[in-house]
Ligand binder design. Structure first.
Ligand code: NAD
Ligand code: UDP
Length: 317
């Protein structure tokens, strides 16, 4: 297959590009590197089947030559990133998704949308299954991301229903692992970087809010299974192991052996209280289940961050 991966220079996108190349696919990575990094894909340049196109997919997602599948991952994903880039986030969720869908339509290609658990907002149903319609504040600061992804799902399904595009939708729950930016503001990378640097771990609110954390290799396996299938979804993809933010902080302190303090900060506006995916449907349709327990995944991520701490420039750190 020749797969176009939008957002392929980011955390998840670069792992997806790598996994596809390793199994023998050709990959065209489209990215404007707004939150991605050239070093995420530097090692992929050795593959002759890897191409990089520097493009803002909200403007154009054109790819010369035939394409068999389009995986649309381009979008800021960390809350501090999308709050810093509100208009760009809305643009890539709307126009960017339409451009990526057009690329799939013109090539009669499979289309995979990387949606998010944020479509459930601050959920009133627990755990969240795919039939739940969500509880999103449409005018709050997070709406630039939540509503953009909800629109992305709607327009993708409209392309399927009206134009016959082979669309599949995955709703990703909090995923972590190597290649997250130290300063991207998400909780796992922040706690690990803070613990390794001996800085206080910043817990927002009382730390009793929960998230379900999925290791990147599990997530990528699920994305590829969806890409290879003809399922529409939407399917939740995440590890249902539910952790409070405080327990995660303790785990990171344990694994790193750090004596960093805990510092409490105000909870961001509309920060969801509880998150856990019901993954029955993706298990039934794709046979997917997560394999990496949170303790192992955090340990692997700590190892990766530790090595990088020696290599990274002060600015990167
Ligand atoms: P990331 O920020 O590391 O990667 C996003 C990539 O998209 C970056 O390389 C960025 O430069 C690129 N991008 C952004 N806007 C673009 C544009 N207009 N044109 C071209 N490229 C653009 O984030 P990530 O964690 O790798 O997330 C990837 C996708 O998965 C996103 O769509 C995100 O919404 C979704 N997702 C991720 C998580 C998670 O926990 N990691 C959870 C839910 C959903
Ligand atoms: N969080 C925190 N400290 C941080 C970063 C995040 O306590 O330094 C909290 C955040 O408020 C949220 C949870 O951790 O309740 C998960 O945040 P993240 O940004 O990883 O992703 P989200 O699941 O909210 O998109």
């Amino acid at each position: 297959m020749r797969v176009a991966v939008t957002g392929g220079g980011g955390f998840l996108g670069s792992h997806l590009c790598e996994a596809l190349l390793r199994r023998g696919d050709a990959v065209v990575c489209l990215d404007n590197l707004s939150t991605g990094r050239p070093e995420n894909i530097a090692h992929l340049r050795k593959y002759p089947e890897f191409e990089f196109i520097h493009a803002d997919v909200s403007v154009t997602a054109e790819v010369p030559g035939p394409v068999d599948a389009v995986a649309h991952l381009a979008s800021p994903a960390s809350p501090p990133d999308y709050l810093r880039l509100p208009l760009q986030t809305l643009a890539v969720g709307s126009r960017g998704t339409e451009n990526a869908l057009e690329l799939a339509r013109l090539n009669n290609a499979r289309f995979l949308l990387a949606s998010t658990s944020e479509v459930y907002g601050d959920p009133l149903v627990h755990p969240q299954d795919e039939d739940y319609w969500g509880n999103v504040n449409p005018v709050g600061p997070r709406s630039v991301y939540d509503e953009a992804k909800r629109y992305a799902e709607a327009v993708s399904l409209a392309y399927r229903r009206s134009l016959g595009v082979d669309v599949g939708i995955i709703r990703i729950f909090n995923t972590y692992g190597p290649r997250m930016r130290r300063l991207d503001g998400r909780v796992v990378s922040s706690f690990i970087a803070q613990a390794l640097d001996g800085d206080p771990l910043t817990i927002y609110g009382d730390g009793k809010q929960t998230r379900s954390f999925c290791y990147v290799s599990d997530l990528i396996r699920g994305l590829i299974a969806m890409l290879d299938s003809s399922e529409t979804g939407p399917f939740n993809l995440g590890n249902p192991e539910e952790w409070t933010v405080s327990d995660l902080a303790e785990l990171v302190l344990d694994i790193t052996g750090s004596d960093s303090e805990i510092q409490y900060h105000p909870l961001p506006v509309d920060d969801p209280v509880r998150r856990r995916p019901d993954i029955t449907r993706v298990g039934e349709h794709l046979g997917w289940h997560p394999e990496v327990p949170v303790e192992d995944g955090v340990r692997r991520t700590v190892e990766w961050f530790s090595v990088r701490a020696c290599e990274a420039t002060t600015e990167e750190r």
